[in-house]
Design a protein around this ligand. Structure first.
Ligand SMILES: N[C@@H](CCC(=O)N[C@@H](CS)C(=O)NCC(=O)O)C(=O)O
Length: 227
């Protein structure tokens, strides 16, 4: 398998974690990234393989799978063990909803911070009102996540794609100055469990190193990387 992978792409990070959790070998092709131009210019393969020219894209023989959620589902059917979805219809629906919540409801507020804090090279250019609105929404979600995790080890029955999606959003928000506040004990304990997983610890460490390089003005070049 080959994964077209964005070094600082939250959606690709989800897939990298899933591949490690399932112990799958995969060649990574890292797309270029820098703070001034983001993902542009895009590699020809990414433009050819994805209708919106986005990463992640997984290529398995002749099969091309794009979108992190579709890739999760594909990997689960291809290699069911260890599972990244719980058993049972209701639990699986809840798990898919929580994964979607992480990607589509929680992350858009984090994205505001990415746009305002990460891409803006001058602090003065930040839209303070937009940042404040996003931070308020993120904190409301921290409260929801803490309540969901009360008395639970993971968001669903067993470690799952929901944990991966929500964790990556929280990790981005924390790096952009909006970590969960002290006192959210269930959320803090879950974060401890997440950070202790080797698949996640490697991701966090590499992303932090890449963020530091990008903030130092470096361009992350296109090329192969190890999972
Ligand atoms: N829903 C898609 C979102 C993919 C996505 O937004 N990828 C971003 C990187 S995190 C991207 O390729 N951005 C390049 C661009 O916007 O031009 C998924 O889950 O894979």
């Amino acid at each position: 398998m080959k994964l077209y992978s964005g070094p600082l792409s939250l959606f690709t990070a989800k897939v990298r974690i899933a591949l490690r959790e399932k112990g799958l070998d995969c060649d990574l092709w890292s797309v270029p990234f820098c703070r001034e131009t983001g993902y542009d210019p895009k590699p020809a393969d990414v433009v050819r393989l994805h209708p919106q020219a986005l990463v992640p894209i997984l290529v398995d023989g002749d099969l091309v799978v794009y979108d992190s959620t579709r890739i999760f589902e594909y990997l689960e059917e291809r290699n069911p063990t260890p599972p990244l979805y719980p058993n049972g219809l209701e639990e699986r629906v809840r798990c898919r909803e929580l994964e979607a919540y992480g990607d589509e409801i929680f992350f858009p507020n984090v994205w505001t911070l990415v746009e305002q804090v990460f891409y803006q090279t001058e602090a003065a250019a930040e839209d303070a009102a937009a940042v404040e609105t996003a931070q308020r929404a993120i904190h409301a979600d921290y409260e929801r996540f803490d309540a969901r995790l009360e008395g639970r080890e993971w968001f669903c029955a067993g470690f799952s794609v929901a944990d991966i999606s929500i964790f990556m959003g929280i990790n981005f928000a924390s790096n952009l100055g909006c970590p969960p506040p002290e006192g959210r004990l269930a959320l803090a304990a879950w974060l401890g469990r997440m950070n202790a997983r080797p698949s996640v610890a490697v991701e966090v460490e590499r992303m932090q190193a890449d963020v530091a390089r990008v903030f130092a003005g470096e361009r992350l070049e296109e090329g192969p990387r190890t999972l």
